[in-house]
Design a binder for this molecule. Structure first.
Ligand code: BEV
Ligand code: ZN
Length: 263
């Protein structure tokens, strides 16, 4: 495994959580990154992001051993995003979260080196140019992921319907049916975002993601964050390991500029 040669990225061996290499050899656009607000460049040509999700496309929640995912029927263009930095529309495939063992860290991206306690990722793929998600994952413009920071504050009623289902997916590879959920309730109404060219932060770590990171966080309460921490990395019958700190270390910015949709 080639170290990224960046002092802020600890040696891969320190992170047993990630079975795959911490840095992709030759990787030039890896994620997550620190977003230095003052280094981001306002781009007046960035459009507002348009989000239209159909709650009936929601299928199930499952624990995949990294996070818990809410998956959607992506066989039609019923749930899509368009605009923003994107050349065409992208279909919603799933959303999931990353969080810490304590509230001092947990997000994957940081803003001016500040961690949030958790981060939501809504994963979309370019069904205009590619026949499947698996194909899109391998292409530079294949995916678009919306990142939303979670901060400690008021209880989030929309999130609570998800939290109530978590005991049913406590162990790795458990699944529960979940329908009629509209994930736009988890996205701040403020239109401001940063965007940059990056990668998936969990396997296959491919450099195929246009990241759209919302400037404003959503508020969740302590009990809701604690509910995330009751999940397990391990399958039923294995020695229990709590699902916490499932975030990848920061990666070098290298030759990239983060653009902002706001001044
Ligand atoms: N955390 S992430 O969204 O960048 N990584 C993923 N890997 C497979 C589908 S989403
Ligand atoms: Zn993620």
């Amino acid at each position: 495994i080639k170290s990224c040669g960046n002092h802020s990225c600890p040696h891969p061996a320190l992170h047993p959580l990630w079975q795959s290499p911490l840095t992709i050899p030759g990787g030039t656009r890896q994620s997550p990154i620190n977003i230095q607000w003052r280094d981001s460049v306002y781009d007046p040509f960035l459009k507002p992001l348009k989000i239209s999700y159909d709650p009936t496309t929601c299928l199930h929640i499952w624990n995949n051993g990294y996070s818990f995912l809410v998956e959607f029927d992506d066989s039609t263009d019923k749930s899509i995003i368009v605009g923003g930095p994107l050349e065409n529309q992208y279909r919603l495939k799933q959303f999931h979260f990353h969080w810490g063992a304590i509230n001092d860290w947990g997000s994957e991206h940081t803003v001016d080196s500040k961690f949030y306690p958790a981060e939501l990722h809504l994963v979309h793929w370019n069904a205009v140019d590619y026949p499947s998600f698996e194909d899109a994952v391998m292409e530079g413009n294949g995916l678009a992921v919306i990142g939303v920071f979670l901060k400690l504050g008021a209880r989030h009623e929309g999130l609570q319907t998800l939290v109530d289902a978590l005991p049913a997916v406590r162990h790795k590879d458990t699944v529960i049916e979940f329908d009629e959920f509209d994930p736009s309730c988890l996205i701040p109404s403020c239109p401001d975002y940063w965007t940059y060219a990056g990668s998936l932060t969990t396997p296959p770590l491919t450099e195929s993601v246009t990241w759209i990171i919302k400037k404003k966080p959503i508020e969740v309460d302590e009990d809701q964050l604690e509910a995330f921490r009751t999940l397990l990395f391990t399958s039923d019958g294995e020695e229990e390991r709590r699902m916490v700190d499932n975030f990848r270390p920061l990666q070098p910015l290298m030759n990239r500029t983060v653009r902002s949709s706001f001044q």
